[in-house]
Write a protein that binds this ligand. Structure first.
Ligand code: XMP
Length: 526
C-alpha cells in the first residue's frame, strides 16, 4: 500500500481519497514518522503539501531515509520543495505567487521512468490544467534532477530524479480543480509503484468480519451505542454479522431526539436488521438536568456526561447477565463508529488549532470501563460507509440520512429545554423534513433542520392576536461541514413548509429561513 506523509496541508486527506478511488489502500501518517519505526513496507510514498515554508526555522522535515528505501516517492507542493531541498535544490519565496487554476506545459525528458508520471495523460493544446496554491517555489533544480513541466512563471513545476523513481509536482493533483489530477496520482500509484486496484467495499466486508471474529474469539462480548445515524447503524450491523448476539447495542433516549426516533430505530435495528438492542428511556433524567440551562456548552456537557452514566449503568446490567451465562465471556470491547476523517483528525500533523465547539463523543467511556476499542469503520470515508450500508441491506432512507448531533434538539432550542419546547420543535422539524423529501430535495441537501427561537412575535389567527414563537429553518450544502453554503429552495417549497408549520404546530406563528453561510455562521445555531 501507499504511505502518505502529512505535512499539514488542508488537502492531505484528499490524497487518501483519490488513492482509495483508484482502489489502492493507503495510510496517512504525520510527517514526523521515522522510516526505522515503520512496521510495514510501503510500495510508494506521497509527501503532502503544508502551510509552512521549507526554509522556515520551525518547518517540519521528512526523514531522508524514506528516499533511500528504494520505494517511489511523489512530493506534492511542499512535498516537492522538501524533496528538492533534501537533494540540494533551492526554494525561495516568489514575487509571483500562484493561487488557482493554471496550465502547465509538460516536457518530454526521454527517460522512461521520468516520463511515466505524465506519459499516458492526454492534455489539450493549452497544456495540463492544474490547481496551484503556493507562495514559494523552486529557484534552483537539485543536481541530478530533470524537468517534467513548467509554467510561464515557474521553470520547474514538476520534476523527477534522472535515474531514480523520485518525483515532485508543484500543483495539487489531489483536488478536483485539477481535472486530470486523479490520472497523475493513478500514474504514480498504478504504473510507477505497480499497485493495481482491488480495494472495494465488497472485499472489505468479509475481511472485516474475519478480523472482528479473530479479535473477539469464541466468547468475547462487545457493547456499543447506537443513535439511529448511519455510522452507528452500519457499525452495529457489521458487528451483528460477525458475532451475532454477542454484540449488545444500547440506544439511550435522551429526551431530545427527533420525533418517535427511539421507536423507529428499535423497529429498524431489531425487526429489520436482527441486532440485539436495548433501548433505555432516560428522557426524564436528561430533561431534569437540563432544567434552567441555556448555555450551549453546558447543555453539551450535561448530555455528554449523562449519556456516559446511563450507558455504563446499562452496560453493567448486561455484564451481569453475561456473567451468569457460562457460554458467554466478559464484555471486553466497546464498539465505536469512528470514521477515517476522525482518525486523520487525530493523526494529522497540524499547528495550533482552536476548538470552536466541544463535539460530544463517547471517548470518555473507555477510561472508566476498561474496555478496549473496536472500530470497524476506522478506515472508511462517509460515502464508503454509505456504500457498505447498502451492501448490508440497511434501508436506503437511513443510509442517506443527514447527520444529527449528539446533543440533539437541545442545541436547536435556543433557550431552556423543556418537554413542551421539545415537542414544538419535533413537530416543526418533522414537517420540514417531510416536505423536503416530498419535493425530492433531501439528497441534494447535506443537512436540514429546524431550530426554535426563544423570542415571541405577534401574529393574527382568525380574529385573535397571537404572541408565539419563531421557527428558523436551516438547510446547507457542504462537502465536509468545515465550510457550508445555505441551500437555495424553490420558493414554492418554502411556502408550503411555512404554511404547514404555522397551521399545524401550536405555539409557532412565524417561520424564517436562515441565509447564512459557514463561515461566518456555523451549521447549528448553538
Ligand atoms: P457546526 O455547527 O459546528 O456543525 O458548523 C458541523 C457539523 O457538526 C454537527 N455538530 C455536532 N455533532 N455533537 C455532534 O455530535 C455536537 O455537539 C455538535 N455540534 C455540531 C452539526 O450537526 C454539523 O453536522
Amino acid at each position: 500500500s501507499i504511505l502518505i506523509l502529512d505535512f499539514g496541508s488542508q488537502y492531505s486527506h484528499l490524497i487518501t481519497r483519490r488513492c482509495r478511488e483508484l482502489g489502492v489502500y493507503c495510510e496517512m501518517l504525520p510527517c514526523t514518522q521515522k522510516m526505522a519505526d515503520l512496521t510495514w513496507k510501503p510500495k510508494g510514498i506521497i509527501l503532502s503539501g503544508s502551510p509552512y515554508s521549507v526554509y522556515a526555522s520551525d518547518a517540519p522535515h521528512v526523514d531522508p531515509a524514506f528516499f533511500e528505501a528504494g520505494v517511489p516517492t511523489l512530493g506534492i507542493c511542499y512535498g516537492l520543495q522538501e524533496t528538492a531541498t533534501v537533494f540540494g535544490g533551492k526554494v525561495e519565496p516568489h514575487t509571483h505567487k500562484e493561487y488557482g487554476s493554471a496550465f502547465i506545459t509538460v516536457e518530454k525528458t526521454g527517460k522512461p521512468h521520468a516520463d511515466a508520471l505524465f506519459g499516458s495523460i492526454d492534455f489539450g493544446k493549452e497544456g495540463l490544467q492544474v490547481w496551484m496554491s503556493h507562495g514559494d517555489q523552486l529557484s534552483e533544480l537539485p543536481p541530478n534532477f530533470v524537468t517534467l513541466a513548467h509554467t510561464p512563471t515557474s521553470p520547474w513545476t514538476a520534476i523527477a530524479h534522472e535515474s531514480r523513481p523520485i518525483y515532485g509536482v508543484q500543483f495539487h493533483p489531489e483536488v478536483t480543480h485539477s481535472p486530470k489530477g486523479k490520472e497523475v496520482i493513478g500514474a504514480f500509484v498504478n504504473d510507477i509503484c505497480g499497485i493495481k486496484g482491488g480495494w472495494s467495499m465488497e472485499t472489505f466486508i468479509p475481511k472485516e468480519i474475519k478480523r472482528i471474529r479473530e479479535i473477539c474469539g469464541d466468547k468475547g462480548q462487545v457493547i456499543g451505542a447506537v443513535s439511529g445515524g448511519v455510522d452507528s447503524t452500519v457499525a452495529a450491523k457489521i458487528m451483528h454479522e460477525a458475532i451475532g448476539d454477542r454484540f449488545h447495542a444500547i440506544m439511550v433516549d435522551n429526551g431530545v431526539l427527533r420525533m418517535d426516533e427511539a421507536s423507529k430505530v428499535k423497529k429498524m435495528l431489531v425487526e429489520d436488521l436482527g441486532v440485539n438492542l436495548t433501548v433505555v428511556d432516560a428522557s426524564d433524567r436528561f430533561l431534569d438536568l437540563l432544567k434552567g440551562v441555556e448555555d450551549p456548552e453546558r447543555k453539551r456537557k450535561i448530555i455528554g456526561n449523562t449519556f456516559i452514566e446511563v450507558f455504563e449503568e446499562e452496560a453493567a446490567k448486561i455484564e451481569k447477565e453475561c456473567a451468569a451465562d457460562t457460554a458467554r465471556g466478559p464484555i471486553e470491547w466497546l464498539l465505536q463508529g469512528t470514521l477515517y476523517p476522525d482518525v486523520i483528525e487525530s493523526i494529522s500533523f497540524k499547528g495550533p488549532s482552536a476548538t470552536i465547539k466541544t463535539h460530544h463523543n463517547v471517548g470518555g467511556l473507555l477510561d472508566d470501563m476498561k474496555l478496549k476499542l473496536i472500530e470497524p469503520l476506522r478506515e472508511l470515508f462517509k460515502d464508503e460507509v454509505r456504500a457498505l450500508g447498502r451492501l448490508l441491506n440497511i434501508p436506503a432512507h437511513l443510509v442517506g440520512r443527514h447527520p444529527f448531533p449528539g446533543p440533539g434538539l437541545a442545541i436547536r432550542i435556543l433557550g431552556e429545554v423543556t418537554r413542551d419546547q421539545v415537542k414544538i420543535l419535533q413537530a416543526a422539524d418533522e414537517i420540514y423534513i417531510e416536505e423536503i423529501r416530498k419535493a425530492g430535495l433531501y439528497d441534494a441537501i447535506s443537512q436540514a433542520f429546524a431550530a426554535l427561537l426563544p423570542v415571541r412575535a405577534v401574529g393574527v389567527m382568525g380574529d385573535a392576536r397571537t404572541y408565539d414563537q419563531v421557527i428558523a429553518l436551516r438547510a446547507v450544502s457542504t462537502e465536509d461541514f468545515m465550510t457550508a453554503d445555505w441551500f437555495e429552495f424553490p420558493p414554492s417549497v418554502l411556502k408550503k413548509i411555512s404554511s404547514r408549520i404555522t397551521n399545524e404546530v401550536r405555539g409557532v406563528n412565524r417561520v424564517v429561513y436562515d441565509i447564512t453561510s459557514k463561515p461566518p455562521g456555523t451549521v447549528e445555531w448553538l
